[in-house]
Write a protein that binds this ligand. Structure first.
Ligand code: ATP
Ligand code: MG
Length: 432
């Protein structure tokens, strides 16, 4: 029996080909992963795993990395709208389609000089049945260059057959419908729509970070940007209950629930911050208080990150957006961090961030009114030019270590899973 390089024998492959042919498939294509030659299998394995988690509870069968694209078997065509919606949130997918497969053998007959494309065109016509469209194009990709007909030639020949059968016009620039053909070593995949994926890298390939989540518009977007670069994100939220109400906490939970649909398992650490603020207010004049709050947040977050093995902190700061986010203030805040502090929105303006929040689905939650802890005991004109020496002098009146320790001790951790319902969210201890 012949065994191919990928360890699949002819017999196994014949079964796989039959299986694929009889099923609807989801084909997910990736971009950047292909660039990372040495790491490619790690990236694709993660993407396969993430697609599996994203589609939990839906009728998805085998998911495999097939010659440079991920192919998933869809056991029930009726589930496609649900699968499509879930896959739109899987980072690492450049674009994806509902597809079918035809074994290459179906195009080849012994003695024929070239493969026949008519069976392929007729299979595509089957897929197009019931669809009305006036213009189309065919795009072919030959993943297997040994296939003796070039990609443009396949597109032209199949296009001509489709045109004759449908009477639709060929439009290479802006067609109403695009037919995609992918020629793999053993099968031909074909699809009649291509959807834009979320792009970026699969969550989990770039490490673990802890995002400071306020309940505002910016911090969820900052967290999602890190996810899109392949990070798994845990969250920490600071609140001032009982000095203020619970609204910021509720918003943070709702945002975390929403963002969990992009990474399927999320930890939220909720930290009571009111006592820290009370200490600051007792010992420090109003102007630099916000900078001191932020430095304390960053210190507490550094401790929490160490306990949960997160390698960096993330905030939603954007340079100059508000008084607390001047270059001088951001610098002095960062100096209190024990880990790298990333600010993925630093160069973005509010409109861009808001648009991104809308696309993520967090905007509507963020704009709900709340009582944010940083509004507690702060002056109308806060410091915009913090200097390290002056801030450290102000902090010398505080027992920083004790405050950090008490806040970490008093924190609680919640776990969110997708697609589990919100009511099943569990609380768990912070691992130490
Ligand atoms: P956001 O919309 O994210 O709240 P913002 O423009 O309102 O941002 P600030 O309120 O100055 O800016 O907060 C800057 C960053 O500090 C936030 O993006 C967030 O990362 C962090 N932060 C602020 N408040 C909190 C909080 N209560 N809990 C956790 N992180 C916070
Ligand atoms: Mg805010």
């Amino acid at each position: 029996m012949r065994v191919h390089r990928d360890g699949v024998s002819d017999c196994q492959h014949a079964m796989l080909a039959w299986y694929l042919e009889s099923m609807a498939l989801v084909v997910a294509r990736y971009h950047e992963i292909t660039l990372k030659r040495g790491n490619r299998s790690r990236f694709t394995a993660r993407l396969v795993e993430n697609m599996r988690r994203a589609t939990a509870g839906l009728p998805i069968g085998r998911i495999t990395d097939l010659d440079g694209r991920i192919v998933a078997v869809l056991r029930d065509d009726a589930a496609w709208p649900a699968v499509r919606e879930r896959l739109a949130r899987v980072f690492g997918i450049a674009n994806y389609s509902l597809a079918k497969s035809l074994p290459r053998a179906a195009l080849e007959s012994p003695g024929a000089p070239a493969p026949a494309l008519a069976p392929l065109a007729s299979a595509i016509l089957d897929e197009l049945r019931g669809r009305a469209f006036e213009s189309f194009r065919v795009l072919t990709k030959r993943a297997d260059k040994r296939f003796p007909v070039t990609s443009p030639r396949v597109s032209a020949e199949v296009g001509a057959l489709l045109k004759e059968a449908t009477r639709a016009r060929v439009d290479l620039e802006s067609p109403e419908l695009t037919v995609t053909i992918e020629i793999l070593p053993r099968e031909v995949l074909y699809s009649v729509e291509k959807l834009a994926g979320a792009g970026g890298l699969p969550v989990g390939v770039s490490g673990h970070v802890l995002a400071l989540l306020s309940g505002g518009i910016d911090s969820p977007v900052a967290a999602a940007r890190m996810m899109r670069r392949g990070c798994r994100v845990s969250f920490v939220h600071f609140h001032s209950v009982p000095y203020l109400d619970r609204s910021s906490q509720e918003k943070s939970r709702e945002i975390v629930r929403r963002l969990t649909a992009y990474q399927w398992d999320t930890r939220l650490v909720v930290v009571p911050f009111g006592d820290v603020q009370r200490e600051i207010v007792t010992h420090v004049p109003p102007a630099p208080r916000v900078v001191l709050y932020r430095r304390m947040m960053v210190r507490i977050a550094s401790e929490i990150a160490a306990k949960i093995d997160a390698e960096a902190l993330v905030t939603g700061d954007s340079l100059g957006q508000v008084a607390s986010q001047t270059l001088a203030n951001l610098t002095v805040v960062e100096q209190a961090a024990r880990l790298p502090l990333f600010r993925p929105l630093l160069g973005m303006d509010k409109l861009e961030v808001s648009d991104e929040a809308r696309r993520l689905g967090t905007f509507e939650i963020s704009i709900e009114p709340d009582q944010d802890c940083c509004s507690l005991f702060v002056p109308r004109h806060p410091t915009t030019r913090a200097r390290r020496a002056a801030i450290e002098a102000a902090e010398s009146a505080l027992d920083i270590e004790a405050l950090v320790c008490a806040a970490v001790e008093a924190s609680t951790t919640e776990r969110y899973r997708f697609p589990q319902p919100a009511s099943e969210t569990v609380s768990e201890p912070l691992r130490s």
